[in-house]
Design a protein around this ligand. Structure first.
Ligand code: C6P
Length: 412
């Protein structure tokens, strides 16, 4: 039986506030999620008790901090089922992780005529780095299309995976359409043509169980802030052979073994990639949120979001003049829903909802090629998380209907 997640809402202090005279309804979780008390406390505890640099000092605080820092590497490895903790690199977030793979790995492998395959639903962070690599190497950037209901077109993927395909980089969940991509199936297809597979897990890691060995992806990138850790911390997982091949993009203290006047040798993975003082409080917060999410249960979070989406989709679709994007079946979606209201600009809708205490995102969601493919310039997007409730769903629907009523005569 699905676990009732109601009690966990109280763990998020920020949600108790009033915004524009209404209790806050936070429906912008795909942008960043709120932090539970456990994470806030872990950060304060660290600064009140342990604050020191890592991998340097031999004093007690330094050793304590280093131990905690490296323990989190193992916690992350266990969370995503990596084989070795050395396969976990700490980065600033998904964007940095993907840039590291693109420039530090793919760029050294690709040559003119090779193909990099991504999809039209990718976030700019899994698109612009590949444009850069394509321009630098002469490789071609190829796009997998989507179906009319916003799912990755598997037939198109099959057609486009050929002997020329050297890199396949795909999101597990679209931040606009909410579609969940069959990464395992796609990875098998890509490996069959000899390509290396990178998965953008920014939207999946907070919302569903992830097992990188089962998915068999070669790299997996995600951000801490989207799962309840601090901003400025993220992860790049890579299979150890590929990480050994990958080149660091930053050089300096901490990543070296020996430095001579004219040359240096570097540490082994993972440390050869982590130059300079890292985001220690971020790593501590990442450990704390993983502990918290394990307690809630990732499968329970996914079930909860599906329950909310199953409730919301028909109510949304019943509003006249609405266009809802993405898969028709709620089973094929995460907690992300994009829509537009006829005659209303998404920013006006978002502002009107904010006046009623509801935080949503409006715009192109850092996915301009996808917007073009959908034939729109922007959408309103709601994104749900473990602390959202059916009551909030209903208040949101009521607020949306009130917004429509308010702008009856249109604004554009
Ligand atoms: N999407 C959104 O509101 P960073 O900014 O590095 O933490 O994550 C980038 C990123 C990469 N891939 C996907 C699928 C994403 O959704 C994001 C971040 C946020 O949709 C901010 S634009």
């Amino acid at each position: 039986m699905a676990k009732n997640l109601k009690k966990y809402r109280n763990d998020f202090p920020i949600l108790k506030q009033i915004v524009n005279d209404e209790p806050l309804i936070y429906f912008d979780n795909a942008a960043t999620v709120q932090k539970p008390q456990a994470v806030i406390k872990a950060i304060s505890h660290y600064y009140e008790n342990d604050n020191a640099n890592v991998h340097r000092g031999v004093h007690t605080l330094a050793e304590r901090t280093t131990q905690q820092f490296e323990d989190v590497r193992q916690v992350v490895a266990d969370f995503i089922h990596a084989k070795y903790s050395a396969e976990i690199l700490f980065t600033k977030g998904t964007t940095e992780s993907l840039n590291w793979v693109a420039q530090g790995f793919a760029q050294n492998r690709l040559k003119p005529g090779d193909e990099i395959l991504i999809s039209i639903m990718e976030h700019h962070s899994n698109l612009v780095p590949w444009q850069q690599v394509a321009q630098a190497t002469g490789a071609k950037l190829v796009y997998i299309d989507i179906t009319d209901d916003g799912q990755l077109d598997i037939n198109d993927a099959k057609l486009k995976m050929t002997a020329k395909t050297k890199i396949v980089s795909l999101t597990q969940i679209s931040n606009v359409l909410g579609s969940i991509n069959p990464i395992k199936e796609l990875t098998d297809m890509a490996h069959a043509v000899g390509a290396v597979v990178i998965c953008d897990g920014a939207q999946s890691i907070p919302n569903m169980p992830v097992d990188v060995q089962e998915l068999d992806v070669d790299f997996f990138a995600f951000s801490g802030h989207k799962m309840g850790a601090a901003t400025g911390i993220g992860v790049l997982y890579g299979k150890s052979d590929y990480l050994n091949e990958m080149q660091p993009l930053e050089f300096g203290g901490e990543m070296i073994d020996f430095v001579e006047e004219q040359q240096s040798t570097f540490k082994d993975i993972p440390w050869k990639f982590e130059a300079g003082t890292p985001n220690i409080e971020g790593v501590i917060s990442l450990g704390a949120i993983i502990h918290y999410l394990n307690e809630v249960g990732m499968a329970n979070i996914q079930t909860h979001e599906q329950m909310l989406v199953t409730d919301l989709l028909p109510k949304l679709k019943a509003i006249s003049g609405i266009t809802v994007y993405g898969p028709i079946e709620s089973k094929k979606r995460s907690g992300v829903i994009s829509f537009n209201l006829e005659g209303l600009h998404p920013h006006d809708v978002a502002t009107a909802l904010d006046m009623q205490g509801i935080a949503v995102r409006a715009g192109h969601h850092c996915a301009q090629p996808l917007m073009k493919r959908m034939g729109v310039s922007s959408t309103v997007r709601i994104s749900l998380y473990l602390y959202n409730t059916l009551e909030e769903n209903q208040k949101f629907i009521d607020a949306l209907i009130a917004t429509k009523e308010f702008f009856k005569n249109g604004t554009i």
